[in-house]
Design a protein around this ligand. Structure first.
Ligand code: SF4
Length: 178
């Protein structure tokens, strides 16, 4: 079931889904939530967020020319990032990342900038990743892999810098991202 259909299905079951100011998904009333609802919501959380954001505030397709003001890129990198315009896959990846980053507590602007920087990373075939893209990054900012002792030498309470591009041996792509 696609996110839009799922959204309608959940609404049909009496649930109200909203996006909080921090970019998280909120579902109410709790007493109407079944275990099945919880499972499907958890598995498609980012897609539901995208569907809700599209309803509330349709985000413009990034223009095919450089967008100014991204502090994470030089003007030249901005040009490279948008050269020739973005194809459908690039736009989809951008939106999914943007939704994920907002869900992880980033502001809309910050999420935009990070997602745009990753579009350039993809074009450059750079294989480094952000912890923000990793399924092991918990909502409290700690690394679950480190907590389980899977990162040799790392503190079990490791709170990695989530926006640092790096190569981590335990990186696992978060659901819904590419
Ligand atoms: S496993 Fe690696 S990439 Fe994933 S959150 Fe931990 S430190 Fe970051």
């Amino acid at each position: 079931m696609g996110a839009s259909e799922l959204l309608q299905h959940l609404r049909g079951a009496g649930l109200i889904l909203t996006v909080t100011a921090a970019g998280a998904l909120h579902v109410a009333p709790r007493e109407a939530l079944t275990d099945h609802h919880r499972t499907v919501i958890r598995s498609q959380r980012d897609d539901l967020l995208l569907a809700l954001l599209a309803e509330v505030e349709p985000r413009p397709t990034p223009p095919p020319t450089r967008r100014s003001g991204n502090p994470l890129m030089t003007p030249e990198q901005g040009d490279e990032c948008h050269a020739g315009g973005w194809d459908a896959a690039e736009i989809d990846a951008f939106r999914r990342r943007q939704a994920r980053f907002m869900r992880m507590g980033r502001t809309a602007d910050d999420a935009d900038h990070l997602a745009e920087r990753l579009s350039l990373r993809d074009r450059q075939h750079d294989d480094r990743r952000l912890c923000l893209e990793c399924a092991a990054l918990a909502d409290n900012g700690r690394c679950r892999a480190a907590a389980r002792g899977r990162l040799p030498g790392a503190d079990r309470l490791l709170k990695p810098v989530p926006t640092l591009m790096q190569r981590c041996p335990d990186f696992a792509l978060s659901l819904g991202l590419t």
